[in-house]
Design a protein around this ligand. Structure first.
Ligand code: ADP
Ligand code: 5GP
Length: 198
């Protein structure tokens, strides 16, 4: 008789670290949801780079790495970005070293990037949980964008025009999460990424 072998462990092997890509139209609440997600110690947000001017209260190296156009273009040429895109007339990019440092520390890396950036990562075959954050309605999106009070009226108008196109690309994502109740949206994304402890 063959010796009985113990059943395999039912605890799945942890698959840390992984990338969580979060996209959605401007004003939908990506930053706010991201702040909630990083309260989970296993998730850290990669600080991305941009040529746009800092908003009131934004600090270089915290919200973004604020770069001049020439410095940004030098970094593109040097291959320092995992992806980069022109969003609303400014350049934005994900520095490779940000992502590498987070994953090397064994943490899940949260990337809050636009639909073009997410598509670039997907085209490169980068394994990630791709999440599209959608508003409960168009009216709510407009109200959040205007209510934030950080952008001039013409900037808001441009962001709303872009939002129409972005909302049309949500089917490219693994999942769509509606940001109606904030805590529910955060818990849904944590759950998709592997649970509260991930
Ligand atoms: P994004 O980063 O997508 O541009 P923000 O995180 O800056 O969006 O959010 C835009 C505005 O909407 C902010 O004023 C924020 O406080 C508000 N907001 C975000 N999520 C919610 C929510 N679930 N319910 C109500 N207001 C929200
Ligand atoms: P905001 O100017 O409102 O901070 O950001 C504008 C848009 O740029 C948002 O959709 C944001 O997610 C996106 N974004 C921020 N960083 C990056 C990045 O590194 N790459 C790409 N492709 N988009 C980014």
């Amino acid at each position: 008789m063959l010796p009985t072998t113990p059943p395999p462990s039912v605890t799945p092997a942890p698959e840390l670290p992984r990338l969580i890509v979060l996209s959605g139209p401007s004003g939908v609440g990506k930053t706010t949801v991201g702040e909630g997600l990083v309260r989970n110690p296993s998730i850290r947000r990669a600080v991305t780079a941009t040529t746009r001017a800092p908003r009131a209260g934004e600090v270089d190296g915290r919200e973004y790495l604020f770069l001049g156009r020439a410095a940004f273009e030098t970094d593109i040429a040097a291959g320092r970005f995992l992806e980069h895109a022109n969003v609303h007339g400014n350049l934005y990019g994900t520095p490779r070293d940000q992502v590498d440092a987070i994953t090397a520390a064994g943490q899940n890396c949260l990337l809050i990037i636009d639909v073009q950036g997410a598509a670039t990562l997907r085209e490169q075959g980068i394994d990630a949980l791709y999440v599209f954050l959608a508003p409960p309605s168009w009216e709510v999106l407009e109200a959040r964008l205007r209510g934030r009070g950080t952008d001039d009226p013409e900037v808001v108008a441009r962001r709303l025009r872009n939002a129409q196109a972005e909302l049309g690309r949500q089917n490219e994502y693994d999942t769509v999460v509606i940001n109606d109740d904030l805590d529910t949206a955060i818990a849904q994304i944590e759950g998709l990424a592997g649970g509260p402890g991930l």
